[in-house]
Design a protein around this ligand. Structure first.
Ligand SMILES: NC(=O)c1ccc[n+]([C@@H]2O[C@H](COP(=O)([O-])OP(=O)(O)OC[C@H]3O[C@@H](n4cnc5c(N)ncnc54)[C@H](O)[C@@H]3O)[C@@H](O)[C@H]2O)c1
Length: 702
């Protein structure tokens, strides 16, 4: 199928981009565009050329499917296409409707005239991938919109509705009617009035105070960009637009090339691809029909059940919310209302939408109300006995074909599924707290979970605006299984001689959103204390003790009691280092016979992050995660890992697996180290020996 159609209409060549879904500028379309421009220019019967997109709009820019393939750089590249368009001897008119982003907008900017329509979405989003628009966008957009407006769009990457730009020189004409008709009418005028090709590059920027403004913007952007180099590079490119065009284009290219080689952009591009890859399940064909989800039951209106119900009603799905007592139900509903009040105050939600959402919830104490639900999500206490009872009841009341999901954090999903006579319909949907805010959803695949149930869960996650990652069944699934190693390493450092504030600072400097001890105080130390007590009862003879036990015994449960690893002043979440905690830790070390030594920040980061990586490797080996990039998606979206480092497995690849394996071996050899935990995973050792990376690894495990 041709990616472009050429039609001559009364002396006007209409070039229609036809590369679904968003007319991305892949190699075949680029080649077809160059040929079509040559054809139109050499045809004496053609007086003007209209470029228009079919389907979703003008063009969404570069073709992400080409990234990393020879096609991305194959002739003609985007710059060649743009110069072909800009240097056309016949006027070229871009008909801008629907999506017009990135390279698509740069193509429109290289045209001589632009006609617009309402509803188009205009953006240069390259900064989100750690890049800048590298095909003249930083030079041409300021010439049309002015430096300030263009800079805002380029540095933020945000999408601007065309209506907001209708009165700017970006559009020569803005029509309410059919876009092609508006473009053809304008093209006829261009021919009749002999309007010449008008090149954006020839416009001058008239801004007498440019330097002062740019210096102000430079300071602001520098302060806001943190470790990301792209926003400042965007500014420097736009600053160059104030001068001659050719020098500006040269500067844009230099800055673009430097960003392309930066580790931050490599990481962000990896994240972009990783999130798309996570949606694909290796043995579930993409066209697997999903089961229709029209109504959802949620069991338990506590912390998680309430958040899950909000996620569902936010995407328009009716929810039946079931509790054991009227009191628990009322409490759950009151919390949901209170959470929405915050959105009302911020103005992100209005009273009408709030009422519409709340009307989607049917509270109930009766299991029979779940009989017509297409999906039921259980979020009751984390106890196998309670879950077993719930699933036995569900098996009786749910209609045949309904999907039965558990939000368990760590219980064995297969055991839960086997309580029912329909284990193929049972799946884990592991939301993260607060469930209405956190993007991550671990979709837990049981031994017998049906493929269409998995396909349905992936589609539902998309409906709720979440990013789903498939995990096999194991203790803690992907995220919490790795977190246990990370927390263990942090505790090792505490025992070795570091204090909570030093460990938190080291990991926050590395880029983690919050250090592990601050996270503990936020989540509540009593929760993991209860878990350790349960484990100790389950496995007599094994030592699950932790310095946090002493804090809990002293009633220090974290923020909720005003004291945990830190102390907190009333009404404040600001952690204050506490000498009482130092004394508790020192006492605990003495009790365990440990002599404190000096610990560096580098050692803290290496131990904690390498522990994550090593467990990640085992998770791939065990077939729990489908691919290394899925683990990255989990850590970036659920555990505050910095996006500019691309996730733990990508960070390992960048550091070099040989170096990681060497460091792990050295830790394993230290006295007191648990060799089982610290010995490099066999997959890591093998890939390191072969000079491979986790994310490049596609082979079989054995
Ligand atoms: N809190 C978290 O951060 C988090 C994160 C992910 C997953 N989880 C998991 O989610 C589940 C719920 O955790 P939570 O933090 O919301 O607990 P919670 O104690 O806040 O809420 C549990 C609710 O379930 C209700 N309930 C208990 N038995 C019930 C039954 N038979 N029928 C109906 N309702 C019943 C309780 O009345 C309570 O309101 C657990 O399995 C937990 O491991 C929790």
């Amino acid at each position: 199928m041709s990616k472009l159609s050429f039609e001559a209409r009364d002396g006007i060549a209409v070039l229609t981009l036809a590369n679904p879904p968003v007319n991305s500028l892949g190699q075949e379309l680029r080649e077809a565009l160059v040929s079509a421009m040559e054809r139109a220019n050499s045809d004496a019967g053609i007086g003007a050329i209209v470029l228009i997109g079919s389907g979703a709009g003008f063009s969404g820019g570069a073709d992400i499917r080409e990234f990393g393939t020879p096609k991305a750089a194959a002739y003609p590249n985007l710059l060649t296409v743009l110069s072909e368009v800009e240097n056309s001897t016949k006027p070229v008119i871009a008909a801008v409707g629907g999506v017009c982003m990135g390279g698509g907008l740069e193509l429109a900017l290289a045209c001589h005239y632009r006609v617009g329509a309402p509803g188009a979405r205009i953006a240069l989003p390259e900064v989100k991938l750690g890049l800048l628009p590298g095909a003249g966008g930083t030079q041409r957009l300021p010439r049309l919109l002015g430096v300030e407006a263009a800079l805002n769009m380029i540095v933020s990457g945000t999408t601007v509705p065309s209506e907001k730009l209708r009165a700017t020189p970006l559009f020569d004409v803005f029509g309410e009617g059919e876009l092609l008709d508006t473009a053809l009418t304008f093209a006829r005028r261009v021919i009749a009035e002999k309007m010449p090709p008008k090149r954006v590059r020839d416009l001058a920027i008239d801004m007498p105070n440019a330097e002062a403004y740019l210096q102000f913007a430079r300071n602001t952007i520098k302060a806001a960009a943190g470790p990301y180099p792209a926003p400042l590079a965007c500014l420097e490119a736009v600053a160059a637009a104030v001068g001659p065009f050719d020098a500006g284009i040269k500067r844009e290219r230099e800055l673009f090339t430097a960003l392309m080689l930066s580790p931050e952009s490599a990481a962000l591009r990896h994240v972009f691809q990783a999130e798309r890859a996570a949606a694909r399940i290796l043995d579930v064909p993409e066209d697997t029909p999903a089961r229709p989800i029209r109504k959802v039951g949620v069991i338990g209106a506590g912390t998680m059940g309430g958040g899950i119900a909000m996620s569902l009603i936010n995407s328009g799905l009716p929810v039946v919310l079931l509790e054991t007592t009227q009191e628990a139900l009322d409490r759950g509903l009151a919390t949901i209302r209170r959470n929405y009040q915050g959105a009302l105050r911020k103005g992100t939600l209005d009273e009408t939408s709030l009422a519409q959402r709340l009307a989607l919830i049917t509270p109930t104490l009766d299991h029979a109300s779940l009989s017509d639900a297409d999906l039921v999500i259980e979020a009751v206490f984390e106890s196998m006995d309670v879950k077993r009872q719930v699933f036995e009841t569900l098996d009786k009341v749910a209609r045949p074909g309904a999907i039965l999901a558990s939000n368990t954090s760590a219980l064995n999903l297969n055991d839960i599924a086997n309580v029912t006579k329909r284990p193929q319909d049972v799946i884990g949907l592991h939301f993260f707290s607060p469930a209405n805010v956190m993007r991550l959803l671990e979709v837990v695949r049981g031994a017998k979970t049906a493929k269409d149930v998995l396909a349905t869960a992936m589609r539902l996650s998309k409906t709720m605006g979440k990013v789903a990652v498939v995990s096999g069944v194991c203790d803690g699934f992907i995220g919490n299984r790795m977190l246990a190693r990370y927390a263990g390493a942090a505790h090792d450092m505490l025992m070795a001689g570091a204090l909570p504030q030093q460990i938190d600072a080291a990991l926050q400097d590395f880029g983690m959103a919050m250090g592990p001890f601050r996270v503990g105080d936020l989540a509540g130390l009593d929760i993991s204390w209860a878990l350790r007590k349960r484990r100790a009862a389950e496995f007599p003879g094994r030592d699950f003790s932790n310095a946090a036990d002493v804090l809990c015994e002293a009633g220090r449960f974290g923020q909720k009691t005003g004291a945990g690893w830190y102390r907190y002043e009333a009404g404040s979440r600001n952690p204050i280092p506490d000498p009482a905690v130092t004394a508790i830790i020192e006492g605990y070390r003495r009790k365990k016979g440990i002599a404190a030594r000096s610990v560096s920040s580098a050692e803290i980061v290496a131990r904690c992050i390498y522990a994550l990586i090593n467990e990640g490797a085992r998770i791939i080996e065990d077939g729990i995660a489908q691919r290394a990039s899925d683990i990255d998606v989990v850590y970036l979206n659920g555990y505050g890992f910095p996006a500019y480092r691309g996730g733990p497995m990508f960070f390992a690849d960048q550091t070099g697996l040989h170096e990681i394996a060497r460091a792990l071996k050295a830790i394993a050899a230290q006295p007191g180290s648990d060799a089982e935990v610290w010995a490099p995973a066999p997959l890591l050792t093998r890939l390191a020996q072969q000079g491979q990376t986790f994310n490049g690894f596609k082979g079989s495990i054995s």
